[in-house]
Ligand binder design. Structure first.
Ligand SMILES: Nc1ncnc2c1ncn2[C@@H]1O[C@H](COP(=O)(O)OP(=O)(O)OP(=O)(O)O)[C@@H](O)[C@H]1O
Length: 580
């Protein structure tokens, strides 16, 4: 595979674009950082004045005035620090929040087709790792870079004001640092990343070995498993050693520059002092400036390297945001408040993968209130028909109309309002039973929730739960049976009141008792609505107005149960040839 060069600059520009809404706040932060830096760096100047003027003269008045001024500056530093810290925190947290929200929003926009192809773990990792990397940019790296840059510039100005010739010594030191510094910084940071990855791998292996303990023992694979574990431990150890080594080299390089530069400054400063070109106080102030400036300037290089690595990680997010949703709303979508529920497939052909047609030339008219069941062997495209009605995908050829309006021209909100799904697997959120029912229409009152639960035959079991409607069902709803969860989802649908109900094998995973209960709940839900149900158990659809048998992506049979059974075709075979 061709390796593409990371697009650092566009990604960096995009990353910083999250700060744009907070430009004013950012300007204020910069202003306060500058004030704070000017104040902090004025202190060596006071020392210079103290050594050169106050100490030799012993002037008490000057001493008091200078210490008074110094105290005033310290108060300003404290206030500026407080202001910049408060604003900076807000800026960091707001931009971090915006990143998280925009990625989350994009995940939602990408819709169903994307989730079907992308494992949830991959999206979670995007939120946990890449979003976290970008957040670190706002929380740590970028503010520190600005702070260090401002500090370096201001201190260079102070140094130049103190002595230009001595300031020029800083330049070769910096050049020397630039020669090796960035390389070592990069190596150290990359190794730190590798180290954390290797630590994750090692932990994963430990987890895997513990989870599979029984199977490993049973198959006498202990030594094989131990070898795999050992390989990871070795990798982790090796990266630890390299990380220490590069950190050490990085530190040594820095110290070398500090001390060599400091030595030159003392030597050259001393000769300037001897020739009366520099006072003792100025030399002291300069040495102080030199050390802090070098520390900040080298930190700038560390910041830039760290940022490059963060941006490198954030590139995945940038690419993710470039993915366009498979299904998008047209520019001026038609908003329909009251869908009647007429569905028409006009010569619809659809493929998930190019060249592999799942549905072929489907023509179908479903009248409002009609109950239609779709049956057929596995993989014939039954669920795909439901997905197309909800516009989770667009057909490759032909069109689908809801109440005479092509789905492509209708607003997605209208479609979602008009069509409700009941799936085989119901996902209940981590909240209470009440919240899970209200999920269908957030503004519903408690009375409406209870009425819906009664209609879905769920009220009786709900009131027997520990906290009734306020029982927290837990993310995976272990405490509820499949049939109970299904009835909650039906209550949710009743409260939503869609004109079209799409059932995807809603009862096929239930035992007979639960199925009977859910079936009763479904009868209430389905009354007066257009229903398209994918079904495996023929017993559940005998009373449907029409049954469509799909075969190889085409409508092979269509009619009511009696008609199809008497045809002795596919339905007859599916029924075991013994019914009708
Ligand atoms: N997201 C997808 N990407 C690629 N192919 C898919 C996708 N979803 C379904 N398919 C394929 O499309 C075909 C029709 O799938 P569909 O789920 O509509 O069939 P079905 O009749 O509902 O099957 P079953 O009764 O097993 O649920 C199958 O071959 C399936 O593998």
């Amino acid at each position: 595979m061709e390796k593409t060069k990371p697009r650092l600059w566009p990604v960096y520009k995009w990353s910083l674009s999250y700060l744009r809404p907070y430009r004013r706040m950012l300007s204020l932060v910069l202003l306060f950082v500058t004030l704070m830096t000017i104040g902090e760096l004025a202190i060596p100047k006071f020392i210079q004045y103290f050594v050169d003027t106050i100490l030799p003269s012993g002037d008490r008045m000057k001493f008091l005035m200078t210490t008074g001024l110094l105290a005033g500056i310290i108060v300003c530093i404290v206030l500026a620090t407080l202001a910049q810290n408060t604003l900076r925190r807000q800026l960091q947290e707001k931009s971090s929040r915006d990143v998280q929200l925009s990625i989350f929003e994009h995940i939602r926009k990408l819709g169903f087709s994307y989730y079907e192809k992308t494992p949830a773990g991959q999206l979670l990792s995007l939120m946990n790792t890449e979003v976290a990397a970008l957040q670190e940019l706002y929380r740590q790296s970028f503010p520190l870079l600005l702070e260090n840059l401002i500090f370096s510039v201001v201190s260079l100005v102070y140094m130049a004001f103190t002595n230009v010739k001595l300031t020029l010594i800083v330049l070769p030191c910096l050049l020397f640092y630039f020669l090796f510094g960035p390389k070592l910084e990069r190596k150290a940071s990359l190794n730190a990343k590798l180290l954390s990855q290797n630590r994750i791998d090692e932990n994963q292996k430990i987890y895997e070995s513990i989870s599979a303990l029984r199977d490993i023992r049973a198959s006498s694979s202990e030594s094989w498993d131990f070898e795999r574990f050992l390989a990871r431990v070795r990798r982790f150890n090796q990266s630890m050693i390299w990380t220490y080594w590069y950190n050490h080299l990085r530190g040594t390089n820095r110290r070398l520059i500090y001390y060599a530069g400091g030595l030159f400054i003392i030597m050259y400063g001393y000769s300037l002092f001897r020739s009366n070109s520099l006072s003792a106080g100025a030399l002291m102030a300069f040495i102080l400036y030199f050390f802090v400036t070098m520390q900040k300037l080298t930190a700038v290089i560390t910041n830039i390297t760290e940022q490059k690595i963060l941006i490198f990680q954030a590139e995945k997010l940038y690419s993710f945001l470039q993915i366009t949703p498979a299904v998008a709303e047209c520019d001026d979508p038609v908003i329909v408040d009251n869908i009647r529920g007429e569905i028409r497939f006009r010569d619809v052909t659809f493929s998930y993968v190019k060249g592999n047609r799942v549905l072929k030339h489907i023509n179908l008219l479903i009248k409002p209130g009609e109950h239609v069941a779709i049956i057929g062997a596995s993989g014939q495209g039954k669920s795909t028909i439901l997905k197309l009605i909800g516009r989770f995908y667009d057909p490759g050829e032909g069109e689908i109309l809801l109440d005479g309006i092509p789905l492509k021209h209708m607003s997605l909100a209208s479609i979602r309002r008009g069509c409700g799904y009941v799936f085989q697997d119901t996902y209940l959120t981590g909240g209470s039973v009440k919240e899970n029912i209200r999920f269908g229409r957030p503004e519903a009152t408690d009375q409406e929730v209870i009425a819906a639960a009664k209609a879905a035959y769920a009220h009786d079991f709900i009131v027997n739960l520990s906290d009734g409607y306020d029982t927290i069902v837990g993310e995976r709803a272990h405490t509820l049976s499949g049939g109970q969860k299904q009835r909650i989802s039906i209550a949710r649908m009743i409260i939503r009141n869609p004109a079209v109900v799409l059932l995807d094998e809603a009862t096929s995973a239930l035992d007979t008792v639960s199925e009977i209960e859910v079936q009763k709940a479904l009868e209430t839900l389905l009354q007066g609505r257009t229903v398209i149900a994918v079904a495996h158990r023929l017993s559940t659809i005998e009373n449907f107005d029409r049954i469509i048998v799909l075969d190889q992506g085409e409508i092979a049979e269509s009619g009511n149960y009696e008609q199809l059974a008497s045809q002795r075709g596919l339905l007859y075979q599916m029924a075991g040839g013994n019914r009708g």
